[in-house]
Ligand binder design. Structure first.
Ligand code: SAM
Length: 224
C-alpha cells in the first residue's frame, strides 16, 4: 500500500493503532533485552548504549515506548503524516526519538550507511506488496549488527484465508508465515517463531481475534 494510502490513514487526530506499545514488542523486549543478560554479552552495559531501529514505525507507538525504556531509537516510516505524529507523541511523552522518512526497504537492502547499525531491529505489521516481501524481510536482516536481534510481529496469511476481520492487508501473500522466516533466517539463532491466534486491541485499526506470526532471532555473533 502506497505512501498516499498511509498518509490518508494517519491524517486524522486519532492514532489508528493506538498509542500503547504492541503487546508482542513489550513482551519480547522484556524477555530478551531488558533483562540485561543479552546485551551484556555484546559489551553493552546500559540501555542508553543500545540502538534500536524500528521499521515501518507508523504513528510511533512502539518507538516512543522503546525510547521510554532508555534506548536510542531511530524510527523509519515512509509516511510523512505518521512520522509527524511520531514526533508529536515523543515530544508529548518527553522522550527522544529520531524520525526518518527514508524508504525502509531500500534502506535495509542497499544503504551501506545503515547496514549492521542496529543492536535491535523491531517492526510490527510491516506489510508490503508480494513482490517486495523478500526485500522487506531482508531489510530486517541487513540492519542488525552481528549478535543483534530482530523482534517483529506480522499478520499470518491465515488472517485472510480464514476471513478474520481484525485488520491487515488485502492479500494473504502480503502476510508473513513461519516458513517465510525460517527460510530467510536459516543461519540465524531463532529464539521464537510461531503463528497463533491472539486478541488484538490496538486503536480502531486492529480489533478482535487475529492470526499473527511472532518472531525473535539473533544474528550470529561471527557474521561475515
Ligand atoms: C499497518 S501500519 C503499522 C504501523 C506500526 N508499525 C504499528 O504497528 O503501529 C504499516 C506501516 O508500514 C509503513 N510502510 C509500508 N511500506 C513501507 C516502506 N517501504 N518503508 C517504510 N514504511 C513503510 C506504512 O507507512 C505504515 O506506517
Amino acid at each position: 500500500m502506497s505512501d498516499a494510502f498511509w498518509n490518508s490513514v494517519f491524517s486524522g487526530p486519532d492514532f489508528r493503532y493506538g498509542t500503547d506499545v504492541n503487546q508482542w514488542i513489550s513482551l519480547a523486549v522484556g524477555r530478551y533485552v531488558l533483562n540485561g543478560q543479552w546485551f551484556a554479552n555484546l559489551g553493552i552495559d546500559t540501555p542508553e548504549e543500545l540502538h534500536v531501529i524500528e521499521l515501518a514505525s507508523g504513528e510511533g507507538r512502539n518507538a516512543v515506548w522503546l525510547a521510554s525504556q532508555g534506548f536510542q531509537v531511530t524510527a523509519f516510516d515512509q509516511s510523512a503524516e505518521g512520522s509527524a505524529k511520531t514526533r508529536d507523541l515523543a515530544r508529548q511523552e518527553g522522550v527522544p526519538v529520531t524520525v526518518r522518512t527514508d524508504d525502509a526497504i531500500e534502506l535495509g537492502v542497499s544503504s551501506s550507511g545503515w547496514r549492521g547499525h542496529a543492536d535491535v531491529v523491531v517492526s510490527t505489521f510491516f506489510h508490503v506488496p508480494p513482490e517486495l516481501k523478500r526485500d522487506m524481510i531482508a531489510a530486517h536482516r541487513n540492519l542488525v549488527r552481528p549478535g543483534g536481534l530482530v523482534i517483529a510481529e506480522w499478520f499470518h496469511p491465515d488472517q485472510r484465508r480464514h476471513q478474520y476481520a481484525s485488520g491487515g492487508p488485502p492479500l494473504p501473500e502480503m502476510m508473513v508465515s513461519v516458513g517465510d522466516l525460517r527460510t530467510a533466517f536459516a543461519e540465524w539463532h531463532i529464539l521464537e517463531c510461531r503463528s497463533r491466534v491472539r486478541r488484538l486491541d490496538e486503536g480502531s485499526g486492529h480489533v478482535g481475534d487475529g492470526v499473527v506470526t511472532q518472531f525473535v532471532a539473533q544474528k550470529p555473533v561471527y557474521w561475515f
